[in-house]
Design a binder for this molecule. Structure first.
Ligand SMILES: [Zn+2]
Length: 141
């Protein structure tokens, strides 16, 4: 029997993309909302962006990603206003994962990226009864 790991601040979290569908939410709309003004001008509505190929910088693996996602990772998230101290914590966590291309992040990493709260508080929030924006532990089914 594999031991059940107790989640800690090193436990990885990601955005469960199917959560949006299951909960009647539109991920592309949620992504569109986090775009900077420039990108929103380029893609006035979520349906204006189409999937594009993205090459992983380390593995050279090619994945189809949404152009909205591409814009967030390569552009919007690079700007200082993407996550500010005024960004609500749950929104900041969602933005941090989007900015990371949904590569899983631990509470510690999220804490560093959002620059507020604490790793322990972020972990507690992520393990709370309410799942926000589909952010769940990596290995949860
Ligand atoms: Zn942008």
């Amino acid at each position: 029997m594999a031991p059940v790991a107790r989640p800690d601040t090193k436990t990885l979290f990601h955005i469960d993309l199917t959560w949006f569908e299951k909960n009647g939410r539109d991920l592309r709309e949620a992504m569109h909302e986090v775009l900077c003004d420039e990108c929103r001008a380029r893609y006035p509505s979520p349906s204006d962006a189409h999937p594009v190929d993205r090459i992983h910088p380390q593995t050279a693996e090619v994945t189809r990603v949404d152009a909205l996602w591409e814009s967030i990772v390569d552009h919007c998230a690079q700007k200082p206003g993407f996550i500010t101290p005024a960004t609500p914590l749950t929104a900041a966590i969602f933005r941090a994962l989007l900015a990371n291309g949904n590569q899983p992040m631990s509470s510690e990493q999220l804490h560093k990226r959002v620059g507020k709260s604490s790793a322990a508080a972020i972990l507690k929030l992520l393990l709370g009864s309410e799942i926000e924006n589909g952010v769940v532990p990596l290995d949860s089914k």
